[in-house]
Design a protein around this ligand. Structure first.
Ligand code: NI
Length: 254
């Protein structure tokens, strides 16, 4: 079974044909975990996981938005997280790529708060990290996030940093980017880390694998990612599918 550990099915680009996609996923025995980013997407995620059998969800405040959030929002997450199909806190983390994002200190403060919430709720975290590799690893270490564990989503750093996460028992989310011919560093990462630490993800509607690069992505394209990983690890596609399924079930307790 193919498990997509990070998707955004509440995105507008799925409005027209979500029923059909969910139907196809169900027929192929696929599961996806919907990542949320703000108040609206928490509510949308709950609605989706109550509507569609293949979907589970996670709740979190995306680094871009933390300046508009307060402790009452953490209470709301606490409330909604009681739902049996909410399996993680995410996506949370640090994004230093854009100049208009909240300053680093505030992003780190909210990253810490949400790691602490995940530990309190006994849920793993799903981490977004862009141009912030060092601080992300430092916060994860200093907050002892290994206690709740989780996934580094859309991993984009070096093999050395990947191996640090492996030591901490974290999983790395690998998606469409690994199929791009210019993704040399990510291909090295996949070769360097054990398959036992890899989970599949799409981040759909973004990051469709080759030959669909630039199109709307969905979990249905994950076999293309599996094929690429199988090639890099010299394994069969069945092995990659089975082991990544086991990994996803372990981290999200599915
Ligand atoms: Ni995402």
């Amino acid at each position: 079974m193919v498990i997509d550990t990070h998707a955004h099915y509440d995105d507008k680009r799925f409005e027209e044909d979500l029923d059909r996609i969910m139907c196809d996923m169900k027929a192929q025995g696929m599961i996806a975990v919907n990542a949320s980013i703000d108040r609206k997407s928490w509510e949308d995620t709950i609605r989706l996981i109550e509507t569609y059998e293949p979907l589970y969800g996670m709740l979190g405040i995306y680094p871009e938005y933390v300046a508009d959030y307060g402790d009452q929002d953490l209470d709301r997450i606490r409330e909604l997280a009681a739902h049996e199909r909410i399996v993680a806190i995410g996506e949370i983390g640090l994004d230093y790529h854009y100049e208009n994002h909240p300053d680093k200190e505030l992003q780190m403060e909210w990253f810490r708060k949400q790691i602490s919430l995940a530990k309190e709720l006994h849920l793993p975290i799903n981490v977004h990290s862009r141009d912030a590799a060092e601080d992300t690893l430092n916060v994860i270490r200093s907050e002892n996030a290994a206690e709740c564990g989780g996934i580094i989503h859309c991993f984009s750093s070096s093999p050395e940093i990947a191996l640090e996460y492996v030591k901490l028992g974290f999983y790395l989310g690998i998606g469409g980017v690994v199929t791009f011919s210019n993704a040399k560093k990510l291909k090295e990462v996949v070769k360097a880390i054990p398959i036992e630490n890899i989970v599949l993800e799409t981040d759909c509607p973004y990051l469709a694998p080759m030959p669909h690069r630039g199109e709307r992505n969905s979990s249905l394209y994950l076999p293309l990612v599996i094929e690429e990983i199988a090639g890099l690890k010299d394994m069969t596609v069945d092995e990659v599918e089975q082991i990544t399924e086991k990994n996803a079930r372990e981290v999200y307790r599915l």
